[in-house]
Design a protein around this ligand. Structure first.
Ligand code: KG4
Ligand code: ZN
Length: 345
């Protein structure tokens, strides 16, 4: 692929139907996201079957819109990149099938991209000066991963959650408080008027794995606290509960980054995924940066949550390294982040 090669990216792993056109891996020519949040809100979470059907309806118009906004067409793009996992299998299949169809019909190479790798590349889109090695914290509704990115396409997973993802814990606690889906932004808003130091919730440690995360104990502790107070008929200030929970979750995330910096000696940290939108997390990591002499990068809010520009960017770098996926590639709901073949072993 040429240095300024243009990649069409497609993302449908959860509840956003997204397509984007990115030049040279770093320059967003268009990024279209059709969110299904309103549809799923009434159920309090993503309903996989509804998500798949909505993706089927939206995928072609969203791709057309991304190409039109970029002032290009299928004949002009150099490759098509699509998320093949992890995610909801029915949802993934829609975007991947569309990408395969385009690849076959237009004669363009297909590149399958791991969704977590996509989140990592959101920071490469946002910060032109960023280059590996980078310590990546990817925190979203589906994953919480701490990854040493040694080079483009070369990853070492240092730690990950043993149970709930960070965003999942935000969503579940928010739901018990009675906040609308997705809970993360609503919980952060509520926490602003609460005292984070009034209620102290537990910080988890995974024995023998200091870089792993665990959020289910914290989630259960918060839910038990709320239920106990409700059963006793006590007045509960939900803002204090939200602030206490958020502080515990942020402390856990920041402590792992602190340790990973210590263990690896890496000095550039890039945070991504939906939870990277959280201002309390950003403030805490900025404070750590001041103390530990590291640089911390975040994408703008529209690149924190799911989008296809990050998939196009990750796909560009994979393709530059010579990777092309087979048209028989399948959706992989549990796909693990893997390094490029040239780094294997
Ligand atoms: O990356 P994303 O759009 O989708 C996944 O790949 O999961 O992340 C969505 C997650 C949801 O759990 C949402 O509640 C959480 O990110 N989130 C937040 C905030 N904004 C989104 N969590 C905490 N604070 C926020 N401001
Ligand atoms: Zn995501």
């Amino acid at each position: 692929m040429r240095e300024d090669g243009v990649v069409l990216g497609i993302e449908t792993s959860c509840d956003e139907t997204a397509a984007a056109v990115v030049r040279g891996g770093r320059e967003i020519l268009s990024s279209v996201v059709a969110s299904q949040i309103e549809v799923h809100r009434r159920y309090g979470g993503v309903v996989p079957e509804i998500a798949s059907r909505r993706h089927v309806e939206a995928i072609i118009p969203v791709i057309d819109e991304a190409l039109a906004q970029a002032g290009t067409d299928l004949a002009e793009i150099d490759a098509v990149a699509a998320t093949h996992g992890p995610g909801l299998v029915g949802a993934l299949l829609v975007g991947l099938s569309a990408a395969k169809g385009i690849s076959y019909a237009a004669g363009k190479p297909l590149i399958c991209v791991n969704h977590i790798e996509g989140h990592i590349y959101a920071n490469f889109l946002a910060h032109p000066q960023l280059s590996p090695p980078v310590l990546c914290l990817t925190v979203s509704g589906g994953h919480t991963e701490l990854i040493a990115m040694r080079d483009h396409g070369r990853y070492e997973v240092l730690g990950r959650t043993r149970d709930d993802a960070a965003g999942e814990a935000f969503d579940k606690v928010a739901r018990v408080i009675g906040l609308p889906y997705p809970g993360g932004p609503a919980l952060e808003q509520l926490a602003k008027s609460g005292d984070p130091n009034l209620i102290s919730f537990p910080r988890a440690e995974v024995e023998g794995s200091p870089l792993d995360f665990s959020f289910s104990g914290l989630k259960t502790a918060v839910i038990n606290y709320i239920h106990t107070a409700e059963q006793r008929g006590e007045d509960l200030d939900y803002a204090d509960v939200a602030a206490g929970f958020q502080k515990a979750a942020v402390d856990e995330l920041v402590s792992r980054v602190d340790r990973a910096v210590d263990f690896t000696g890496m000095s550039v940290v890039a945070v991504s995924g939906g939870v990277a939108a959280n201002q309390a997390l950003r403030r805490a990591l900025t404070a750590l940066a001041g103390k530990s002499n590291i640089e911390v990068y975040y994408p703008p809010l529209n690149l924190c949550t799911d989008n296809a520009a990050m998939i196009a960017s990750a796909g560009y770098y994979r393709h530059v390294a010579g990777e092309v996926s087979s048209l028989s590639a399948n959706a992989e709901p549990g796909a693990l982040l893997s390094s490029l073949a040239c780094f294997d072993g």
